[in-house]
Design a protein around this ligand. Structure first.
Ligand SMILES: [Zn+2]
Length: 446
């Protein structure tokens, strides 16, 4: 019996050192950021996976996008194949003055390592490297790794699995770009909301006119647009669009006070909507207005506004087709403007949500692994955000079980200033993934 816990604990200095090396490279795939940083980050991933003992490691050039890294280590004959996914690109550091330590200088405070990408998702990269060291390059199942370089940007890699399913062929796929419901609580993410967005434009006049001379019969485009936007929620704040319905969440619940603190809700303001916080967050739709083009209040004059534009973002319940949900949103906006006003609606691309099946042998192996690594049974949560790649993976490898677990947690502040990873959590995440590969490689009921 291998002492995996001891092996992983002894490996932590190296795991951390590799994570720090990665954090120091500000590889951001968004247009306008230096491609040289992405290339350096990609080279570093190749180096780390090679040193970890993967038998083959190569760069994969993505047309019109950023390079990915593929690695593979064969398991014993007849053993299953597990694909491990992570991404090495990061969000920009943003306003450095909001960081307690510079975003690309890894810094430890109170057991957490701070830096852009320390959690999202360079933690995933070092986990996939560390598990191979735990098996000294001889894993109990065939292990494939795909580390992409444009997840945050949403580049063409998202569609790559559909056109190259052979690269992703596996019995189980682990997406280490998520984390636990709270530190020390082992958690699988089993549902992700999809997303859709549209821009709605209202034009009523050829130009602004004096509100005293024309106001009244002259149609106010801004008020019409606001009236239309207000119909997207009911009196309780529930999203109210015909054809889009969520469901009650039956996994782990979300404490209301925790939510208030994490979201930074002002103490005198209510939470919005009906049902449990978990249902509202994981399994129900929500529509938000994320942008509004209208004259600013500074310098506003007494005029009837001739045109206004809003961007409307929709989170789609897991399991519902995001295209159908977007079409329902468009239909709503085109037919519900007040006073007979007409608007034009421009749809954007959608990201499909996911509801994963948790009945298979890989889940059984992973549940046992999580229990052993954390000393308690794992729970299931949804995620309010979306990982569009997963839909593409499901299309490419329809038979594979998809498991989402990793080293992030709600305190990780991903995409925000002061992103961090809890180092003890990172160690447990490495152990859990190691034990999963061990359990799954040995499991008989495949
Ligand atoms: Zn991520």
């Amino acid at each position: 019996m291998n002492d995996f816990a001891g092996l992983v604990a002894a490996d932590m200095p190296r795991i951390r050192a590799e994570l720090e090396e990665l954090v120091r490279i500000p590889g951001c795939a968004f247009p306008g950021f230096p491609d040289a940083d992405i290339q350096r980050a990609c080279d570093k991933v190749v180096e780390i996976l090679t040193d970890a003992g993967y038998a083959s490691v190569r760069r994969l050039e993505i047309e019109g996008g950023k390079p990915a890294v593929l690695a593979e280590a064969p398991g014993p004959p007849g053993s299953p194949t597990v694909l491990l996914y992570a991404h090495y690109d990061v969000q920009p550091g943003g306003d450095e003055s909001l960081w307690s330590s510079p975003p690309f200088e890894p810094t430890e405070r109170a057991g957490r390592l701070y830096g852009r990408g320390a959690a999202d998702d360079k933690s995933g990269v070092v986990i996939h490297a560390a598990v191979m060291r735990a098996f000294q390059g001889r894993p109990p199942c065939t292990v494939r790794v795909v580390v992409e370089g444009e997840e945050e940007w949403g580049g063409p890699f998202e569609q790559y699995p559909r056109s190259h399913p052979e690269v992703f062929a596996a019995d189980a796929i682990v997406v280490a770009d998520v984390g636990n419901a709270r530190v020390g609580e082992p958690t699988f993410t089993t549902a992700l909301r999809g997303m859709a967005a549209v821009t709605v434009h209202c034009r009523t006049l050829q130009g602004a006119v004096h509100s005293g001379m024309f106001g009244g019969p002259a149609p106010d485009a801004l008020m019409a647009l606001i009236g239309l936007l207000a119909t997207l929620r009911d009196a309780d704040g529930e999203t109210a669009i015909d054809g889009i319905t969520g469901f009650e969440w039956d996994g782990a619940q979300f404490d209301e006070q925790d939510f208030r603190e994490l979201a930074g809700v002002e103490p005198d303001q209510p939470l919005v909507g009906q049902g449990t916080v978990a249902s509202r967050l994981f399994s129900k739709p929500v529509v938000n207005v994320t942008g509004l083009d209208a004259p600013p209040t500074q310098g506003a004059i007494n005029a009837v506004i001739p045109q206004a534009t809003a961007r409307v973002s929709l989170r789609v319940p897991p399991g519902q087709d995001a295209v159908a949900a977007r079409d329902a949103l468009v239909q709503h906006l085109q037919t519900r403007a007040p006073w007979g006003i007409s608007v034009s609606v421009t749809p954007e691309a959608v990201g499909q949500g996911v509801r994963v099946d948790t009945d298979g042998p890989a889940y059984a192996a992973a549940r046992a692994a999580m229990h052993e690594a954390y000393g308690k049974p794992a729970q299931e949560i949804g995620a309010g955000g979306s990982i569009p790649l997963i839909d593409s993976l499901r299309a490419a490898v329809p038979g594979a079980e998809i498991l989402l677990f990793g080293a992030q947690d709600p305190m990780a502040r991903i995409h925000a200033p002061n992103e961090s990873v809890d180092l003890a959590e990172l160690e447990k995440a490495v152990l859990a993934q190691t034990l999963f590969l061990q359990n799954f490689g040995l499991s008989k009921d495949r």
